[in-house]
Design a protein around this ligand. Structure first.
Ligand SMILES: *[C@@H]1O[C@H](CO)[C@@H](O)[C@H](O)[C@H]1NC(C)=O
Length: 338
């Protein structure tokens, strides 16, 4: 009896060990040995990404893998003056990425009013408002579709520094929570024009007194009551003119709308497209210049954190053949007036 029980135990143990080995082996060949799987795991840890279940993880892994392969082959081909990289958007399809950007175009309702820089004749050959101290550090909008607030705030911070000599980081959250109208729907999207109108009427408080939380909430009337900065009004840059845009940027940071779908995995260099003109993202042009080989660019401040692009910035090719500019950058530009 005893020996039978022993043999039985040995057999059970053997089967168990065999099972463990088989499982591990299968796991290894399926996932563990795949360097791409390891890379995805490290990427998840780095960006704090948590998936709700195994299925979601697997489908995100497939998208991640496709993006990494796309990045590698793009960079290997080396036929554009910019590079792609694995960033926080690497587990999204380009369609999903496009849907996150929530700028709402108002081109038709933008009045062709006065353009105060129409007669500017002596624009310098390059401008960098960062070097003049008119640009706050790169911010991150996170999962809230309020690029419109970040774009407008960058322009207001700029004109405020230019007129007062003080660089003050201002509150996007106040716009997200308190600028509620048909044109502004917090994290669901909005328009820089409505943000400027809000600041004209209500002023805007500081980032410190009304900090960014990346979700939409009730307007905090107490925080809102300290009006740190006001503007007189805002104007539109004449549509489809990179020349007019240059005159404006020579004088202050300017809010622009772009088609950002091609920017998902941009990691640095001169962005030359390909790019559409379906405006879906708001950013700020904070300068312009040219590279050593003479290629002209716009210096653009984005709101996707410092890890994206060139420490949060992108250089986009300027004076392209199309009048809309690259990614439609000249289609819907505007700036606040002090
Ligand atoms: C630009 O110059 C023209 C012609 O002198 C003038 O009519 C116009 O008012 C000026 N525009 C601005 C914004 O100063």
């Amino acid at each position: 009896m005893a020996s039978l029980r022993n043999r039985c135990c040995v057999l059970v143990t053997l089967i168990f060990l065999l099972g463990v080995w088989a499982c591990q082996a299968a796991g290894r060949t399926l996932q563990g040995d795949d360097p791409m799987y390891k890379m995805h795991e490290q990427w998840m840890a780095r960006y704090g990404r948590v998936y709700k279940d195994v299925d979601e993880r697997q489908s995100r892994f497939e998208i991640f893998k496709a993006n990494v392969r796309g990045i590698e082959s793009f960079n290997r081909a080396n036929n554009r003056p910019y590079k792609l990289g694995v960033n926080q958007f690497a587990d999204l399809t380009n369609e999903e990425f496009g849907a996150r950007n929530r700028f709402k175009s108002h081109m038709r309702s933008t009045k062709a009013a006065s353009f105060k820089y129409a007669n500017v004749s002596a624009a310098p050959s390059n401008v960098d408002w960062r070097k003049k101290g008119a640009v706050t550090p790169i911010k991150s909008q996170g999962h809230c579709g309020c690029c419109w607030a970040f774009s407008a705030v960058a322009a207001v911070e700029g004109i405020n520094e230019i007129t007062t000599g003080k660089l003050v980081s201002l509150s996007e959250q106040e716009l997200v929570d308190c600028d509620v109208g048909s044109d502004a729907r917090g994290c669901e999207g909005g328009w820089m024009g409505s943000a400027f109108e809000f600041v004209e009427k209500h002023g805007l408080t500081t980032e410190t007194s009304y900090p960014y939380v990346a979700t939409e909430g009730e307007c905090n009337v107490k925080s809102e009551s300290s009006r740190t900065v006001t503007i007189k009004g805002h104007e539109a840059v004449p549509v489809n003119s990179e020349g007019a845009l240059l005159k404006a940027v020579a004088n202050q940071p300017v809010s622009v709308a772009i088609d950002a779908r091609g920017l998902q995995l941009y990691s640095g260099g001169m962005f030359t497209g390909p790019c559409g003109t379906n405006l879906n993202h708001g950013v700020a042009v904070v300068g312009y210049g040219a590279t050593n080989d003479g290629t002209k660019y716009w210096l653009v401040k984005n709101s996707w954190g410092e890890e994206w692009g060139e420490e949060g910035y992108i250089r986009m090719q300027r004076d392209v053949g199309a009048e809309e500019g690259l990614c439609g950058i000249a289609m819907e530009a505007s700036y606040p007036t002090a």
